[in-house]
Design a protein around this ligand. Sequence first.
Ligand code: FHN
Length: 427
Amino acid sequence: MNVPTENLKYINWPNNYGDPQWFIHDRFGLFIHFGLYSAGARHEWFMTREKIDLQAYKKYFDYFNPDLLHAKQWAQYAKKAGVKYVVITTKHHEGFALWDSKLTEYKVTNTVIKRDLLYEIVEAMREEGLKIGFYHSLIDWNHPDFIIDGLHPLRDDVSKRSLANRNMDTYIEYLKGQIRELLTNYGEINYLWFDFSYSHRDWGWAKGKGAVDWRSEELEKLVLELQPNILLNDRLDLNRGIMTPEQFQPNRLNKENNQPVIWEACQTMNGSWGYHRDNLNWKSSDTLLKMLIDTVSKNGNFLLNIGPNGRGEIDENSVVRLEAIGEWMRLHARSIYGSKQSEFEAPIDCRYTQRGSQLYLHIFSWPYKHIHVKGLAGRVSYCQFLHDASEVRFAEYDPKEVITSTETTIDRDSVVLNLPVQKPNVS
Ligand code: FHN
């Protein structure tokens, strides 16, 4: 495949992966964690954290009935929030299939709801023009042949079962079979988000299996055979694909060997990926918005998570934040879509995002008395504050007209932009 020139500047992006231009342009995605754990209402890991054995956990399967799930409503919230793609959990670590898999009885069409919810969600998102990503867990706490390891103490029922009876190769064939179902029966899938394995990166929390255990090369080959234009993240532990740091904001451009990589920060609204009834660590809309802007200012994508509850509803706390971000995006999406990090260093407590020659100054703290904008001399013909102080638009660069300073009084404060005359020392 002829890799577009833009990609050539990104290392760890194999020629046989899909063209990432849409991803790099779109910048903003919605992560959706939804499964049996949503009915448990206390984080998607509660089965392991509380050492609940498979038999006891089965009650969530027996009672799972998201009767208030209206996929069209989910899609409308996503669209209005300004996201351009969604990544939905097909199967999380619990092993429950959100689609009508022929390879397991542990699936949504065997629950009270009986419907293939993944199909409904995918169709509704597509109708809103959103690209489709599938999250798929390599880990499977339900499958009899999956050898559980990793961060948390083994559940009693697992340690009782002799590990000798487990055959990871049998599990990997099952894993490949379900990937085949997902990438064959649901139309074009734009992004595959495997989870999780990070033995090659020192991000602390990820232990356990790696590319050899997952037979990652085979999985990758199968995915690309079924969906040749698909993008993959880097959690097959092959050190290639979209780098996906989670729950933290890198403090600099993500690079490897000093070359930019394609990366995406995934963040929760409240510290829990799956619905958590009692979790009170909600980030404000303002904080989430700044994280989006900060990520783009560092040439990354922002994947914001929601965890619908066991009835299939997106809770009010999440809706409020989606709507607030959507209102900002209504005014300023042009500083996000198609934008990336600027060649200039932004003033303190500000961020630049740049789209072509259009520079956007995002002012994070307000009121602001003076902003000294360095290194733009000769590159800016005028600066104007649009109606919302979170965006200042520098017009097209015009080397002829140089302004040395501009004073613009805006509704909340006057701001002085000093534009030195020397040529920018663009490094
Ligand atoms: O263990 C999972 C977790 O539940 C969640 O799905 C996140 C999302 O990036 N990935 C893993 C590590 O935290």
